[in-house]
Design a protein around this ligand. Structure first.
Ligand SMILES: Cc1cc2nc3c(=O)[nH]c(=O)nc-3n(C[C@H](O)[C@H](O)[C@H](O)COP(=O)(O)OP(=O)(O)OC[C@H]3O[C@@H](n4cnc5c(N)ncnc54)[C@H](O)[C@@H]3O)c2cc1C
Length: 454
């Protein structure tokens, strides 16, 4: 085969969108040596994000929802590297290896951009510094370790005010990620305290969900079903503050737009996403950083470049709104991209347009509790929880990981939570605990006594 008769497809991003395009192209171009496919991703694994909150609550083992990208690649080349620049005019992509910063330039005939989104702190550096987020496997592991660490300290604390601050968790963001995260952590912390940290009364554990949405949480859902979710969370002891934004945060507090300050030792920020500058800086039209594509999911100015998933701005012609950034949509979009790549390369088929109506939405909001709106049916409670578990288990790639997650869930039904604190926890400043010097610790009681005397 003439080397230049071979068509090179370069896929950027190994998330839901990128992997699904890869798998479909493998089927379309099976045994076809005239097409060469390469994949670039920063991590060497695909992350199944819907189950991420269950990593933070210790139900699932981190590697059970992380699938090495090389297991998806058959004859395709995989580069574990960061995409650092895209030059669509010259059909070149620069990638940088994390290990040594070495830059490599890849060329392509067709480009698929599926680089997802990153956390948006809206420029608030103090919130960024003082909060966790829930986007990567490292985030979920860090949150779990931090929560166990807080329980270890709180259990030793006799001052109930300090203990309450240590045991107050604030999740900012009333969307799916925020709701599922607080639901999971509420169960994890309360169950762990009941079984292992007996000096922490349940009444001293405070869970707060802050949502900017006017009418409560989960604004993307039917209001009836969102109300059910609110009621379930409240029944589980979670305080919901809606129509309010978090505007400032420090080591041990979060300050809200309604003027309230909440003393706390854990803040998790799930309130917004943005697009990495490597995508938002591309020479084409954007909406909030996302790349505007036509109904064939191509960039109008660059017919050989397809964009999909969270980093694409795709207009729903029925409503005039953008399609939401969900895994469900990314998977559907991937079918159109693969088909249109096939039609471009083989010249045999007509292009297809992306036109999709969601079959439903669902969320788990704690142990044996969920909400779902599927095919027009509104379901809540244990039935919705079972539907969620069944659906996402079938969606999880590879039989091995399905078995591992099913086993994790089964084990969790019969055993107590795992509170092993593995690895070193990031040291927080002493002033988090109102301690400034060692003298403060050693001579605090004497000093207080002499202050009282004088
Ligand atoms: C906690 C949580 C729970 C969620 N739950 C659900 C749910 O229940 N249902 C649902 O439908 N959706 C859910 N979502 C949303 C869903 O995860 C996203 O919509 C989906 O992942 C989008 O797919 P994507 O391929 O566009 O992006 P991603 O899956 O994020 O993939 C992007 C990939 O690109 C890589 N990447 C990014 N930048 C670079 C770079 N510069 N160089 C190299 N690689 C890079 C990333 O490492 C990643 O692998 C959830 C999201 C979160 C965070």
């Amino acid at each position: 085969m003439e080397p230049n008769s071979q068509k090179r497809i370069l896929i950027l991003g190994g998330g839901f969108a990128g992997i699904s395009v890869l798998q479909q192209l493998q089927k379309i171009f099976k045994n076809n040596k005239s097409v060469k496919i390469s994949l670039v991703n920063e991590d060497n694994f695909f992350l199944f994000t819907p189950m991420l909150p269950e990593i933070a609550s210790g139900i699932i083992h981190p590697s059970d929802i992380s699938i090495p990208l090389r297991t998806f690649c058959k004859n395709e080349k995989f580069y574990q590297a960061k995409v650092s620049a895209i030059d669509m005019k010259n059909k070149l992509v620069a990638i940088t290896r994390a290990f040594d910063g070495k830059v490599k330039v890849l060329d392509y005939d067709y480009l698929v951009i599926a680089l997802g989104s990153t956390t948006n702190y809206f420029g608030n550096k103090r919130i960024e510094k003082n909060s966790f987020t829930m986007k990567t496997i490292q985030d979920a592991i860090a949150i779990k370790s931090h929560m166990i660490h807080m329980m270890e300290i709180a259990d030793q604390e006799d001052d109930k005010t300090v203990q309450e601050r240590l045991m107050t968790l604030v999740v900012v963001g009333g969307g799916f990620a925020g709701v599922e995260t607080i639901g999971e952590l509420n169960d994890f912390v309360k169950e762990s305290a009941r079984h292992f940290y007996r000096n922490i009364p349940q009444s001293n554990i405070k869970m707060v969900l802050v949502s900017a949405a006017k009418d409560g949480i989960l604004p993307e859902l039917d209001p009836d079903i969102a109300k059910k979710a609110t009621e379930s969370l409240q029944k589980a002891g979670i305080r919901i503050i809606s129509n309010t934004k978090a505007v400032d945060a420090g080591d041990n507090f979060v300050f809200l737009g309604n003027g309230e300050t909440i003393p706390c030792s854990t803040i998790i920020w799930t309130a917004g996403v943005t697009i990495d500058s490597v995508v938002s800086g591309l020479d084409c039209e954007h909406i909030a950083g996302k790349v505007v594509v036509d109904s064939h999911l191509r960039i109008p100015k660059y017919e050989n470049v397809f964009v999909l998933g969270d980093c694409a701005a795709i207009t729903d012609t029925k409503t005039g709104n953008l399609y939401p950034p969900t895994a469900q949509h990314a998977l559907r979009e991937s079918k159109i991209v693969s088909h249109n790549l096939k039609s471009a390369i083989t010249g045999k088929d007509q292009d297809k347009e992306f036109n999709y109506e969601s079959k439903g939405m669902m969320a788990v909001i704690g142990k044996r509790s969920g909400i779902a709106s599927v095919f027009g049916y509104k379901i809540s409670g244990t039935v919705a929880w079972v539907i969620w578990k069944t659906y996402y288990l079938t969606m999880l790639p590879t039989f091995e990981k399905k078995c591992r997650v099913a086993l994790d869930w089964t084990v969790n039904l019969f055993f107590k939570r795992d509170i092993t604190l593995v690895g070193k926890i990031k040291k927080k400043s002493l002033n988090e605990f109102n301690i400034t010097t060692l003298d403060d610790v050693l001579f605090k009681d004497e000093r207080q006594a002499s202050e009282q005397k004088s």
